[in-house]
Design a protein. Structure first.
Lengths: 583, 388
């Protein structure tokens, strides 16, 4: 009986144990299904997420392309600098590390010890260390000391062409100037080092590292000529000091193809230290905003970013328009009583007594306002405006520098006879110096409006893979005949007229002076300028000198023309020797 | 009954049964566990203790001790232990209570007692004693278990222990296991299914209500949620709680998912390098999956299925009900623990600290598991070969 019960008992608990077994099997099957879901279908996602977690990415800076001048001189280069840091957990001989770092870096023991003993993942000891010192430290082969190489932009000529070249920021990116415009060629491509690390960020050595090499930036070859630039800078500095001017700009370009050989805006700034304001400014007391404003002012390229009233140099444009439209012939005669009435306004000539009877060529040589007002009025508003447009004065020149300012001009419907009269001798509107230089270039070069530029080509550091830039040229801005006449007239201005201070012995120079009063009128502030080109019969070089707010004599013919003369005296023989006159 | 002359039978007829399959499976799991403990812990052990085999050595020591205990228990007729059933229950209660004044805290929970150099988890003792006590009690009750009173009595017996484990040692998973063992043993010893189906459905409904309430509370920004509430939210969307309650789960999922079908190879886990903290403990299964892939994961599960199959065979051929119930208890313990562990690691259920039997690092756990195996082997030795 007992046996019987036990047996019965056993039978159902046996079947129940089997049930338990199958219940377990069922649950295990569900869990295995879950595993298949996670490890097959979700595997890609989790692998990706895990990889993100395990890998640390360090970027390797690419060497930025150099900037090289017309003679192959390097204007912007890279210097290899090192950053020295220590990783506490990897240091084996702490005392030696401290001793070596003190010795090689010339730091106090206290300073180094504090950092070496600090419990952190990585502690920077010193950055911008010379490569030779970095190499020396590396040679000790100390555990836990890391020497990372880095590139730093370096400008061998400090302030030379500072506002043209521009400089780079912390990430080696261009901030102003050519460095910005040619960023895509110069910057190269940063490389990366992918390392696998544990949860604390310690590299897992066995996993090795994946390295994507950086691609060096391409070198930029510019038309800027370091010799001309540095001489022009000297001249400008000298002029600024002797005339006690606020600033002086000198622009030298090839009128045939638009290549700019020099662009000086003194005061320049030190490209290797672009964030320091000049000593004359008390920078400590300034707010951040004010300081940035002053820095922006210091970095401004006056030839491009600022507009001014060109004054008499603009008579070149009026003359060209007059000749082109047939409104005036060189032989036309005028009479200057010292003023001219336009409607009810009496506009004075700079010569109070008047120039008397003169033909158009003489009128230009005298820079006689009544003559040009008369010519302007003969052309008429509609035609004058269309020439203004045809010469390209309403558009930007398209120079390869950032922030070119546009022309500030009346709307055509607002131009009455008085406005037209003032425009005719270069007042009541504003253009940039580069705009004046380019427009004058197209008038004297046979009527081809060129695009001013610095960039000639880019190429890899070994010279391969070069890409030569081409720039648009617009033909027939003026007829070749008008251009020839203009060259003749402007040569006369320098030979015997108001621009005679610009004459260079042994060379045929053409040009035009200007003296413009800055707004507001009556402030006693002037801008003296001179535009000259040589040789006058086939211009290969064109220069503009602009002196802002000189003290004492302020006539362009007296202070600006000599600047261009001195410049030409030095660079014309140089250019011949260099066989620079590429046409 | 069969027990009355088991020793005499062994003397007269040397055909008693030794379950080598079970022994082999257990030894395999122990060996494999040791390899995985070394693999998962060596990197951190080296960083922390300067000895990559630090955890392996401790585990090896506990395993050897456990194996000795297993051999001893296997050679003692299991009815010898029946007389300790009540004492065992009392000892469990006392040990758990001793946690309050003498408990050793680790990982924010007081769960360990230190006896000289040895650490002991009362929860492990309680599981073993519960199996013994219930087996003895059910045998004594006989047919009484079939009526409602008997049913509820058996169900109420583990409750004080479970509540103490939960409230005193903050160890909900051990409490669940103790209750689970009891329910399973009751299930096997009762002839009907209906009550258990109802019980199961009630448990499921209860869990669903709890989850629903917590989600609703979270939606209404009620911040009286305790850490278990947060665990449930982290379970539903671990990535949203990646820096808090979901951290361990997320890291385990990264490990499992990145293993793929074939795994990264033994020793090649990345997640064990500090990303998954203490990978050798509860989350060891995720590193097995990362290193050995889906195949490794399946192999481990299949080994446990084989182990459960052996338990079932032994239980169903046990010489008497007491033996059978002991084996069912052990089966329940190991099955529940494996299922819960893998379910937690794969984020199938909310995270609760539970180790993988024989494989996870942990001395107490391995020692008491081996004692349980010793009991099962002892039951197996009572089987006459001709019964098979």
């Amino acid at each position: 009986m007992a046996q019987e019960t036990a047996h019965l008992h056993k039978t159902y608990h046996r079947s129940k144990t089997v049930t338990v077994m199958f219940l377990c099997l069922f649950v295990f099957a569900v869990l295995m299904g879950r595993l298949v879901y996670l490890m097959v279908f979700q595997s890609e996602y989790y692998t990706m997420r895990a990889k993100e977690l395990h890998e640390r990415e360090r970027s390797i800076k690419a060497a930025r392309g150099r900037i090289i001048d017309a003679n192959g001189k390097i204007l912007a280069d890279n210097r290899t600098v090192c950053t020295i840091s220590v990783i506490h957990s990897q240091i084996t001989d702490q005392e030696e590390v401290i001793a070596v770092l003190c010795k090689e870096l010339g730091l106090s023991e206290e300073y180094v010890r504090k950092r070496v003993e600090k419990y952190s993942s990585i502690e920077k000891i010193k950055s911008n260390v010379d490569k030779s010192i970095g190499d020396a430290i590396r040679a000790y082969d100390l555990d836990g000391v890391k020497v990372d190489e880095d590139y730093k932009r370096y400008y061998p000529y400090d302030s030379l062409g500072s506002k043209v070249l521009g400089f780079t920021g912390g990430d080696n990116q261009g901030i102003i100037g050519l460095e910005v415009i040619y960023e895509e060629y110069l910057q190269g491509e940063a490389g990366t080092i992918l390392t696998v690390t544990d949860a604390k960020g310690v590299e897992v050595a066995e996993e090795g590292e994946e390295r994507v090499e950086p691609v060096e930036g391409q070198d930029l070859y510019v038309s800027l000529d370091m010799n001309i630039q540095s001489y022009a800078t000297q001249l400008a500095m000298q002029t600024m000091e002797t005339k006690e001017a606020d600033s002086v700009s000198i622009l030298v370009m090839n009128p045939q193809n638009g290549e700019i050989l020099a662009m000086v805006n003194v005061p320049e700034f030190n490209l290797n230290d672009p964030y320091t304001l000049p000593d004359t400014v008390e920078s400590d007391a300034l707010s951040e905003e004010k300081k940035q404003e002053l820095l922006n002012g210091m970095w401004r390229n006056g030839c491009i970013n600022d507009t001014y009233e060109p004054g008499s140099t603009f008579k070149i444009i009026t003359a060209a328009a007059g000749l082109e439209s047939g409104a005036v012939k060189p032989t036309d005669t005028f009479n200057c009583p010292g003023y001219i009435m336009v409607e009810d306004r009496r506009i004075r000539c700079h010569k109070v007594g008047g120039h008397g009877a003169e033909d158009f060529v003489q009128g230009t040589m005298n820079s006689c306002n009544p003559v040009f007002i008369t010519v302007g009025l003969r052309i008429g508003v509609e035609r004058y405006y269309s020439y203004f447009k045809q010469f390209g004065l309403l558009d930007k020149t398209g120079i390869d520098l950032p922030g070119e300012a546009g022309t500030i001009m009346h709307n055509v419907e607002n131009i009455g006879p008085v406005e037209l009269a003032t425009i005719s001798f270069g007042q009541s509107f504003q253009i940039t110096p580069i705009q004046l230089a380019v427009t004058a270039s197209s008038i004297v070069n046979g009527g081809r409006r060129v695009t001013p530029h610095f960039g000639v080509k880019v190429a890899d550091s070994d010279g391969s893979n070069s890409h030569v830039f081409s720039y648009p040229v617009r033909d027939n801005v003026v007829s070749p005949e008008t251009s020839e006449t203009m060259r003749y007239i402007l040569e006369q201005v320098v030979a015997e007229g108001s621009g005679k201070n610009g004459a260079v012995e042994g060379y045929r120079v053409g040009g035009k002076t200007a003296t413009s009063q800055t707004l507001p009128r009556g402030s006693g502030k002037y801008i003296a300028s001179f535009l000259g080109f040589a040789p006058a019969d086939n211009p290969q070089i064109l220069a503009v000198a602009i002196i802002n707010h000189p003290q004492g004599t302020y006539y362009g013919g007296q202070i600006a023309a000599p600047v261009v003369r001195q410049l030409f005296e030095n660079i014309l023989p140089y250019l011949e020797k260099m066989d620079y006159n590429r046409t | 009954m069969a027990e009355r002359n088991s020793s005499r039978r062994r003397q007269s007829n040397n055909e008693n049964f030794m379950d080598y399959s079970l022994l082999f499976i257990v030894l395999f799991l122990l060996g494999f566990g040791m390899i995985m403990v070394y693999s998962t812990s060596s990197y951190e052990a080296n960083l922390e203790w300067g000895d990559s085999a630090y955890y392996l050595k401790k585990q090896l020591f506990a395993t050897i001790l456990g194996l000795a205990a297993m051999i001893f228990v296997a050679n003692v007729p299991y009815h010898f232990w029946e007389r300790f059933a009540v004492i065992g229950y009392i000892v469990s209660v006392v040990l758990i209570l001793l946690i309050i004044p003498f408990g050793h805290e680790s990982h924010g929970a007081k769960r360990w007692l230190y006896i000289g150099p040895l650490s002991l988890q009362p929860a492990e003792v309680a599981k073993l004693c519960m199996i013994l006590f219930l087996a003895s009690m059910i045998c004594t009750m006989g047919k009484q278990i079939r009526n409602r009173k008997g049913f509820w009595m058996v169900l109420m017996v583990p409750m004080p222990i479970a509540l103490m484990l939960w409230r005193i040692t903050q160890n909900l998973s051990s409490a669940i296991i103790v209750v689970g063992i009891a329910v399973l043993m009751l299930f096997v010893s009762c002839p009907d299914y209906k009550r258990f189906v109802l019980l199961g459905l009630a448990a499921l409904a209860g869990a669903a209500v709890v989850v629903f309430v917590i989600v609703k509370m979270a939606e209404n920004q009620v911040d009286t949620l305790d850490f278990r509430g947060a665990r449930i939210l982290a379970w539903l969307d671990p990535e949203a709680y990646a820096s808090g309650k979901g951290f361990q789960t997320i890291q385990a999922l990264y490990a499992i998912g990145s293993g793929g079908v074939l795994g990264k190879g033994l020793g090649q886990s990345m997640q064990k390098l500090g990303f998954l903290p203490e990978a050798q403990n509860d989350m060891i299964f995720s590193i097995i999956c990362e290193e050995l892939g889906l195949f490794g994961g399946f192999a481990v599960i299949i080994m446990f299925i084989l182990l459960i199959w052996r338990f079932m065979v032994i239980a169903n051929n046990a010489p008497d009900l007491f033996g059978a119930l002991l084996v069912v208890g052990v089966l329940g313990h190991i099955a529940i623990q494996v299922i819960l562990n893998i379910a937690v690691v794969t984020n199938t259920i909310p995270n609760t600290g539970i180790s993988l039997p024989f494989i996870s690092y942990g001395g107490s756990s391995v020692m008491f598991l081996l004692i349980e195996i010793g009991l099962v082997l002892s039951v197996a030795r009572g089987i006459r070969l001709k019964d098979l």
